[in-house]
Write a protein of this length. Structure first.
Length: 479
């Protein structure tokens, strides 16, 4: 059990890596959340007396620190109002759309900001309380951007890293934010600010120079107190070998065959798997496919598009509207183009365990990943990991972070429906040698850069940070 000042490594994230579940006999327990982050960090945490700070997912409930499967977990409470204002409001109604190229219009409310500040302070206080002398604290994602500075003020002895899992916007968009300076100064409390892509790190350094007035050189910010802050890209990845092992298992192989049989054993299965989010480009993707069917390029007799849309933020109005729009589009396409027992699109609004996801990846001939904007998009990498025979085609948006690494995918602009149609057709009609060449190269990339390597690279860079600089600096200007 983590006690005050005992953790040498503290992971701080909006959520704990577990979900509250009720068993058949009515007792409450915890189930490990799916996702690569915890599997990457778990061995490092075990080796370093680590603790994970996060909200347990239930509002208005104070939960004592506990150990789950050997992981020390430290819950931070949140009221129902804070869930509404901090999480649904500022994090996902203000920052999420702003950081995703304003695909939806961000809302700016002072009450939401006040709640964001209050929750960040509560997390910073908890980290200051449990971190050992000279410990490393790794702060995760856009919900916690004020924590590094708040924590630095309380505990200057700590090494503090911050990692942003989503995109970081260019100057022209970020400066819409009324609290732009506070966010930048919050992040500057870290020794290293990590991003998915180099472009995002450059956006951050440019904004710090322009809006806060600190001296910068390449990826380094020089602060008046003598500290330096590095802004660098650390592209996140997946548990590549774990996914391949799962994909090779007999149960997944059998399930993949069952899926294809349930779909009528078509010649071509196309697949989309996304959170139901307006950034994911689900609508234009389904339109593109429906036009290909209407034009006779695909036939419902020998092709089907399977679209899985995982429920997401269902209390937020924009997400409810999106769900209705997708439901109507799928209904219209299937009504116009499908036949009894043979829909053009097989649509599921539900979440699936990792085993079922691996079976879907194995069953699909073409994976279509077309976000308008995405920090990385791990679904694209998961599909590649599961194609151990070097078959299968990936159609990938050039605006997903993964496009920088998975260069052999068929790349598309999700705003260009004709271009998307052409890429899907090209992938469908590519010869086996071309498909194998592309998949083999992509698999090599994700084998060499998996999630454990990502975590090790970030923490390694953080451990090497030099404490101070000796440059003479002008005072920063207000902006």
């Amino acid at each position: 059990m983590t006690t005050s000042g005992s953790a040498d490594l503290v992971i701080l994230a909006n959520r704990l890596p577990v979900d509250r579940v009720r068993s058949a006999d009515g007792t409450l327990g915890w189930r490990r959340s799916p996702g690569g982050l915890v599997s990457a960090l778990e061995p490092i945490m075990r080796n370093n007396d680590g603790a994970w700070i996060g909200w347990p997912g239930v509002p208005d409930e104070d939960v004592e620190p506990f150990v789950d499967e050997g992981l020390s977990l430290v819950p931070v409470p949140m009221s129902a109002q804070e869930v509404e204002e901090f999480y649904e409001g500022f994090s996902n109604g203000t920052l999420w759309p702003l950081y995703h190229d304003v695909v939806a219009k961000p809302e700016f409310h002072r009450e939401w900001w006040d709640s964001y500040v209050a929750v960040n302070e509560r997390f910073a206080e908890k980290a200051a309380e449990i971190a050992a002398e000279g410990a490393t604290v790794w702060v995760q994602d856009y919900q916690m951007q004020l924590v590094p500075r708040m924590l630095r003020e309380r505990r200057p002895d700590l090494r503090i890293g911050f990692y942003l899992h989503i995109p970081f916007p260019p100057t022209e968009l970020f400066q819409q934010l009324p609290w732009r300076r506070q966010i930048l100064e919050g992040l500057l409390g870290a020794d290293i600010v990590g991003f998915q892509l180099n472009g995002a790190a450059q956006n951050f350094v440019r904004l710090v120079r322009q809006r806060v007035g600190h001296k910068t050189h390449r990826d380094t910010v020089y602060l008046p107190d003598g500290r330096t802050v590095q802004a660098r890209a650390f592209p996140i990845s997946i548990d590549t070998r774990g996914f391949e092992e799962l994909a090779r298992s007999e149960s997944v192989t059998q399930r993949a065959a069952q899926i294809r049989e349930a779909l009528g054993n078509p010649k071509t299965v196309l697949l989309g798997i996304d959170r139901l989010d307006y950034t994911k480009g689900i609508y234009p993707r389904l339109r593109a496919y429906s036009e290909l069917v209407a034009e006779g390029r695909f036939s419902v007799d020998d092709a089907v598009f399977v679209q899985v849309a995982t429920p997401s933020r269902e209390r937020v109005e924009q997400y409810r509207v999106l769900r209705d729009d997708i439901d109507r589009l799928v209904g219209r396409i299937n009504g116009d183009l499908g036949r009894i027992g043979q829909p053009a699109i097989s649509y599921m609004h539900s979440s699936f365990p990792r085993h079922e996801m691996a079976a879907l990846y194995r069953a699909a001939d073409i994976m279509v990943v077309t976000p308008y904007r995405d920090g990385m998009n791990l679904v694209a990498k998961e599909y590649v990991a599961c194609r151990y025979d070097n078959d299968g085609a990936l159609v990938l948006s050039e605006f997903a972070g993964a496009a920088e690494e998975l260069r052999q995918a068929w790349r598309v602009n999700p705003y260009d429906i004709n271009g998307m149609k052409a890429a899907i057709l090209e992938a469908a009609h590519a010869d086996d040698r071309e498909v194998t060449r592309r998949m083999k190269a992509m698999r090599k990339t994700i084998m060499e850069h998996d999630v454990a390597g990502w975590a090790a690279a970030f923490l390694g860079a953080l451990s090497e940070v030099q404490g101070t600089h000796s440059k003479t600096l002008r005072p920063s200007r207000r902006s």
